[in-house]
Design a protein around this ligand. Structure first.
Ligand SMILES: NC(=O)C1=CN([C@@H]2O[C@H](COP(=O)(O)OP(=O)(O)OC[C@H]3O[C@@H](n4cnc5c(N)ncnc54)[C@H](OP(=O)(O)O)[C@@H]3O)[C@@H](O)[C@H]2O)C=CC1
Ligand SMILES: Cc1cn([C@H]2C[C@H](O)[C@@H](COP(=O)(O)OP(=O)(O)O[C@H]3O[C@@H](C)C(=O)[C@@H](O)[C@H]3O)O2)c(=O)[nH]c1=O
Length: 331
């Protein structure tokens, strides 16, 4: 059995951090331990980060609604100003409803851009660094091949526009920051494509899923481990700036759906037929990039982070979902 114990050795400004639970597939993440202030509590990534940091023993505070409401940037500054001392702020909160953002762009902008700037200002006052999560939807999807951090951004929807503005406002205010763009996030809790497919797959014999949008499914638990690894290395020379992180390998939403049903073949429902369709046959309020595959070379090289195959991570999440279902049936 793998030991889940975290070793924290005090010394110097912080302490050496060696935590298998937090490091997971990247191998043990060692670095200057920091005191972390996390924004967002119950989202997919926020929940995983909370769990992993609690297990690590690192000093850790969480700010979330109602004391911090990102719809009101002033409340973000107030809450961070009042927080206990911290070295790194990790922002896991965002407005993530891609279709609804088309109608609520001002709210999405307050949460994803203005409040990110507010958090950056508060970090600056506290002398802290900030790690922020952004999205593949900052790209227009027209590139042939994986997007690198140097590729031009050109969002095609309101969500992507507000996330891009958040990146830019943060970079304008703060010197010590890391923005990590990720993609197609799923987890055993929260709202995501995996859970949607399992829900509708149980209700119907056939599903129609777009096969001409390509990307990289990414497990929220892996993102949390990546964030911890980056946080532990923010003092490294050259650390900071924009990074891409996602599961290894690429697929389409249709390929993702088919893999979900292949891996749940033994479950107590008949897998639906998954029909591959084109985007034009699945109209949605927001446009989505055709290609949002991200190159992860930079984060791999700089922080020794190795993304795992998206299918392996999916298998783990499906096991977690099955365990939760079992538990709820026996409760
Ligand atoms: N989901 C995805 O597919 C992708 C997500 N991302 C990015 O990853 C990050 C994490 O996303 P994910 O975990 O999926 O997000 P979720 O939608 O699961 O959770 C959103 C989080 O934001 C918090 N939040 C939303 N509105 C407010 C508000 N007004 N005030 C305070 N907190 C608020 C929620 O608060 P509460 O804790 O109170 O519920 C929750 O913690 C985000 O930056 C997102 O843009 C990037 C690519 C893909
Ligand atoms: C439910 C369903 C969706 N689809 C399509 C619609 C869309 O093109 C694609 C994905 O739909 P969703 O609405 O689940 O995913 P979406 O909300 O677009 O996911 C995005 O969320 C934000 C937060 C991000 O940052 C992105 O990286 C990305 O993960 O699948 C089908 O083709 N058939 C279906 O039955």
């Amino acid at each position: 059995m793998v030991s889940r114990q975290c070793v924290v050795v005090a010394g110097g400004r912080g302490a050496q951090w060696n935590c298998p639970e937090a490091a997971g597939p990247f191998g043990p993440g060692a670095g200057q331990v920091t005191s972390i202030l996390q924004i967002g509590a119950n989202g997919q990534v926020a929940s995983e980060l909370r769990r992993q940091l609690a297990a690590s023993g690192v000093a850790h505070q969480v700010l979330a609604r109602p004391e911090l409401d990102m719809a009101e940037p002033a409340s973000v500054e107030r809450a961070i100003d009042a927080a206990e001392p911290f070295d790194i702020l990790i922002n896991c909160a965002a407005y993530t409803a891609v279709d609804r953002a088309e109608e609520e762009e001002e709210l999405a902008r307050a949460v994803n851009a203005l409040s990110v700037e507010a958090a950056a200002r508060a970090c600056k006052r506290r002398g802290a660094a900030m790690i922020h999560i952004s999205t593949d939807y900052v790209f227009d999807g027209e590139k042939d091949g994986a997007y690198t951090e140097d590729d031009p951004v050109a969002p095609i929807g309101a969500y992507g526009r507000t996330k891009l503005e958040g990146e830019q406002r943060l970079a304008d205010v703060l010197e010590r920051f890391a923005i990590v763009r990720t993609a197609w996030v799923y987890s055993h809790h929260g709202n995501n494509f995996v859970k949607t497919m399992l829900r509708v797959g149980r209700e119907r014999d056939a599903l129609r899923v777009v096969d001409d949008q390509h990307g990289c499914p990414t497990q929220a638990g892996d993102i949390a481990r990546m964030l911890v690894a980056v946080a532990g290395q923010m003092d490294k020379p050259g650390a900071g700036g924009i990074y891409h992180y996602c599961g290894a390998g690429e697929t389409s939403w249709c390929g993702f759906a088919r893999e979900i049903f292949e891996q749940t073949a033994g479950w107590a429902f008949a897998a639906p037929h998954v029909e591959a369709i084109e985007t034009k046959d699945y109209p949605t309020p927001a446009r989505r990039p055709k290609n949002s595959v991200l190159s992860t070379s930079k984060i791999e090289q700089q922080f020794a982070i190795e993304p795992r195959d998206w299918r392996d991570a999916l298998a783990e999440t499906l096991q977690e979902l099955a365990r939760n279902e079992d538990a709820s049936h026996h409760a």
